[in-house]
Write a new protein. Structure first.
Length: 153
C-alpha cells in the first residue's frame, strides 16, 4: 500500500477526530475523501474483483449494523459514515482488529469523558451524554495505517 496514501488517510482520520471532539460532528467530505482515496488506492494497486467485492460486502454490513446503532440513537450519522468508509480500506482480514481497537479506544474515551464531566458537573450542574466516538474510530484507523506501513506489528 502506498505510504503516501496511508499518510493522507491518517491526516483525514485525525481531522475527523478533532472535528468530532470540537463539535460532535464529522463532515461528510471527510468520509467521501476516504472513499475517494480508496478508489485511488485501487487504481495504484489494483486488486481482484473478488477482493473488491468482499470489501464492498464488508462495508455494506458495517454500514447496516452502524445504521441500527444510529436508529437507536447510540451513534451519530458521522460515526456511521466514518467507520463505513474506513472499512473499505480494512477488508475482512483486518476487520476484527479494527473493531477491537475501536472498542477499547471507545471504552477508554468514554471513561475519561465521564470522569471529566463528573468533575465539571459538580461546578456547573450541566449534563451531556454525547461521546465523540469518531475519536475511537480514528484511533483504530490510525492503528491500521501504522500496521500497513509496518510501523506497528
Amino acid at each position: 500500500m502506498s505510504d503516501i496514501l496511508l499518510v493522507v488517510l491518517s491526516i483525514l482520520l485525525v481531522i475527523a477526530a478533532i472535528s468530532d471532539l470540537q463539535s460532535y460532528t464529522i463532515p461528510n467530505w471527510l468520509s467521501l475523501a476516504i472513499v475517494g482515496l480508496f478508489v485511488v488506492q485501487m487504481v495504484v494497486e489494483p486488486r481482484s474483483y473478488s477482493v473488491i467485492g468482499v470489501r464492498l460486502l464488508v462495508t455494506a454490513c458495517i454500514f447496516g449494523l452502524c445504521t441500527l446503532l444510529y436508529a437507536k440513537r447510540l451513534w451519530g450519522g458521522g460515526d456511521v459514515k466514518l467507520l463505513s468508509s474506513l472499512s473499505l480500506w480494512v477488508g475482512l482480514d483486518d476487520l476484527p482488529r479494527l473493531l477491537l481497537t475501536m472498542s477499547v479506544a471507545g471504552g477508554l474515551l468514554t471513561l475519561m469523558i465521564i470522569a471529566v464531566r463528573r468533575i465539571k458537573n459538580h461546578r456547573t450542574g450541566s449534563s451531556d451524554s454525547r461521546i465523540p466516538y469518531g475519536v475511537a474510530i480514528a484511533a483504530a484507523g490510525l492503528d491500521f495505517c501504522l500496521r500497513q506501513a509496518h510501523i506497528l506489528s
